[in-house]
Design a protein around this ligand. Structure first.
Ligand code: GLC
Length: 711
């Protein structure tokens, strides 16, 4: 980054008092402290506020710009799936749903449009993307991730960051991105939010840090420190993580913000600081530049400096990181982002949200019942989640944040699955009946008899299962991943009718639904598809679109089977008949990378040129409709100084093929794609034999393999 910004930041900082410098590190939660207290902080010179919109934000900025040095604040907000805390903004699919598309362009466009709408609201910064890996679906925040794989997560994160930040931070439609939560927050023991991640730094470098390196390389301007701890050391006090690795090795040049009250938690949750003064010193010295929602940090840090326990140079380093980014944003020239007036919720943005939802639809089983045949005269749509936009949205929208607001009037345009099905059925002269049956969370309105009765006359049942917002998000980890409430009971009763049945998962995460997999004629995963999720599901079921989704996350048969992620280490002693658990199948219910469309693809003629590291494979659309195939490339290091996963995704390429057409797909790899992290925490390529696996999903039966050697 050009030194111009750093020298401008340094010149400004030279004029600042110690109090003004510490205030610049403060991020104040407007929704928690209220208007008066927020204005007091603005006059004190607080550097940032979060979760404040519209005129309240303008008032804060005015107060900040009227201080002695007039340093504008930056407003942060969780615009993590569109600017969805604004009830008129375009609500996109969640990251997990978006990840089903495996499409970098979809992620980039979601970022760009979100940035445009956030900036149009006068805000500067989104706390997104989330780069945690979902390797234990019991965790409450799986919906916010790009799934279980480091490579796919890094690719989509880099794309969405480029979308958010555009070509320069002072672009009127750009906002700053935030790579979070650094790091391994999703790996907490028992998937218990914010608990300890019992991993080594070697494991961190092998699995959890690579996506963050891609975020740095994409120019991400801020990072967020995770709540949790690595092997007993809270990230908030871990200078090896926040400074040595992040800045020293990865080259990060933005600023680091803690997560919510991390500094306070050092005293109250993690018990590594005796009091707020000690906590302030530890947090500042570790490399946290901005302190989210720990108001006591201000006085504590000042006291720590005055008592000679904390050096002012540590404060200077933090403030310089913050001011340098503010200079890159040209914040003094325009304290309030301009955006693109009138674009919030515009038709162009909604069309993009529909495209994102369409590309995320993942068809996992189909015995031919889909696409819906002409002979079908009556369809029964069943399930609370088929007609509940709150459940369809999932987390981080105006229904759930900054404060829970389930009574908020849903704002059009949006389409539930029921509405999508009714519209397309009507266009075809097909009757479509709806009955709620039950919702994921039992209520007095549950009426299974009515649903079974409604389904009786149908030629096809579309049954929507899933979860609801009270079961999703931070602090809502689930021990039992089975279909909640009476959903499974209703499945059995509908199945007993003997009518062809398509089951659709409208949920925030994989659920353990072996009964659905075993007895549905078709299974469709939509996760949380956003404003147009219902339309996309209906278009897929009627064959108007050919589903291209591939799972970014594995599904367990049962909660007790977790972890089931595909890139596991070998070594588990086999039981009788190769089964691993004596009471569960060895394989996941649905596998990473899995997904079918209406056009099967055949793979042949895999070759690998070890000089150019180019893989070539022929892919043929053997179906009768055009389709998009995601060619996946995995590898295995056959003998290594540390144990390495049975397979790891290292590349993928999407190809669109007309019926009957074939194409030779070329994918050129890099030697470091075949690397591992050895016991000295060095990333190296160890000479020897490797297996390259290319195909349709991570399942062995879907992969062509070629063995090769690297010198
Ligand atoms: C929350 C989340 C984090 C979010 C931040 C601000 O608790 O952990 O992801 O960005 O606080 O809302």
């Amino acid at each position: 980054m050009s030194n111009e910004y750093i020298s401008r930041a340094r010149a400004l900082m030279a004029q600042m008092t110690l109090e003004e410098k510490v205030a610049q590190m403060m991020q104040i939660p407007y929704a928690m402290v209220g208007r008066e207290e927020a204005l007091r902080w603005a006059k004190l010179g607080a550097g940032s506020f979060l979760h404040v919109l519209g005129d309240d934000a303008r008032e804060i900025q005015q107060a900040a710009c009227s201080t002695r040095l007039g340093i504008p604040v930056i407003f942060g907000i969780d615009a993590v799936r569109g600017h969805a805390l604004n009830d008129h903004a375009t609500v996109f699919p969640t990251q997990l749903a978006c990840a089903c598309s495996w499409d970098r362009e979809t992620a980039r466009e979601m970022g760009r449009i979100t940035a445009r709408e956030v900036a149009t609201d006068g805000l500067h910064w989104t706390f997104s993307p989330l780069l945690c890996l979902s390797r234990d679906p019991r965790w409450g925040r799986v919906n916010e991730t790009f799934g279980e794989d480091p490579y796919l997560t890094g690719e989509l994160a880099a794309a969405i960051i480029e979308g958010y930040q555009g070509d320069s931070l002072d672009d009127p439609e750009s906002i700053i991105a935030c790579a979070k939560h650094y790091f391994a927050y999703g790996e907490a023991v028992g998937a218990r939010d914010a608990c300890d991640s019992e991993i080594t730094y070697r494991k961190a470098r092998e699995v959890f840090l690579p996506p963050f390196k891609k975020a740095v390389d994409a120019g991400c301007a801020s990072f967020m420190t995770a709540y949790g701890s690595i092997d007993g050391t809270p990230l908030t006090i871990d200078r090896k993580a926040l400074h040595d690795i992040l800045r020293g090795e990865m080259g990060f040049d933005g600023f680091v913000v803690t997560d919510w009250m991390n500094a306070t938690s050092l005293v109250t949750q993690q018990f590594v600081a005796a009091d707020p003064v000690e906590a302030a010193r530890l947090a500042a010295e570790a490399g946290n530049d901005m302190i989210m929602s720990s108001p006591e940090f201000y006085e504590s840090a000042l006291r720590s400096i005055r008592e000679g326990r904390l050096s002012e140079s540590v404060i200077d380093e933090a403030v310089l990181h913050i001011l340098t980014v503010k200079m890159r944003m040209e914040l003094f020239a325009h304290p309030e982002k301009l955006g693109r007036p009138g674009c919030i919720g515009c038709a162009e943005h909604h069309e993009a949200a529909l495209r994102a939802a369409q590309k995320s639809i993942t068809l996992l089983r189909n015995d031919g019942v889909l696409p819906i045949a002409d002979g079908v005269k009556t369809i029964a749509v069943i399930g609370g989640n088929a007609d509940d936009i709150r459940a369809q949205y999932g987390d981080w929208t105006y229904f759930s944040h900054p404060l829970p607001n389930p009574e908020h009037e849903p704002i059009r345009p949006y389409t539930t699955i029921r509405e999508g099905m009714e519209a397309l059925a009507a266009a075809r002269g097909i009757a479509c009946v709806y009955s709620r049956g039950c919702s994921p969370i039992p209520t007095d309105a549950d009426d299974l008899d009515a649903a079974v009765e409604a389904a009786k006359g149908a030629d096809l049942i579309v049954y929507v299962v899933g979860d609801e917002v009270p079961q999703v998000g931070e602090g809502k980890d689930r021990a039992d991943l089975a279909l909640s409430g009476r959903q499974s009971e209703l499945f059995a009763r509908l199945r007993a009718l003997g009518i062809p049945m398509t089951t659709v998962l409208c949920a925030s995460k994989p659920l353990a639904m072996p009964e659905v997999e075993a007895a549905s004629n078709a299974v469709v995963v939509a996760f949380n598809g956003g404003a147009h999720g219902g339309e996309a599901v209906a278009q897929a079921l009627f064959g108007e679109i050919n589903p291209q989704g591939r799972l970014p996350i594995s599904f367990p048969h049962h909660s007790g089977q977790v972890p089931v992620y595909y890139n596991a280490l070998p070594g588990w002693h086999k039981q009788v008949d190769k089964q691993k658990y004596c009471d569960l199948p060895e394989t996941p219910l649905f596998a990473f990378g899995e997904g079918m469309g209406y056009a099967p693809f055949a793979y042949s003629d895999l070759s690998f040129d070890t000089d150019t590291l180019t893989a070539r494979v022929t892919v043929k659309n053997t179906g009768s409709v055009e389709g998009v195939e995601t060619v996946q490339v995995y590898f295995r290091d056959l003998v290594s100084s540390v144990m390495t996963p049975v397979k790891q995704l290292i590349a993928y390429k999407q190809v669109e093929l007309a019926p009957g057409k074939a194409k030779t797909v070329e994918i050129t790899l890099d030697r470091m794609d075949f690397s591992l992290v050895n016991r000295r925490e060095e990333r190296v390529v160890e000479p020897g034999e490797f297996l390259l696996m290319v195909g349709h999903s991570s399942r062995n039966e879907d992969l062509l393999t070629v063995k090769f050697a690297l010198a």
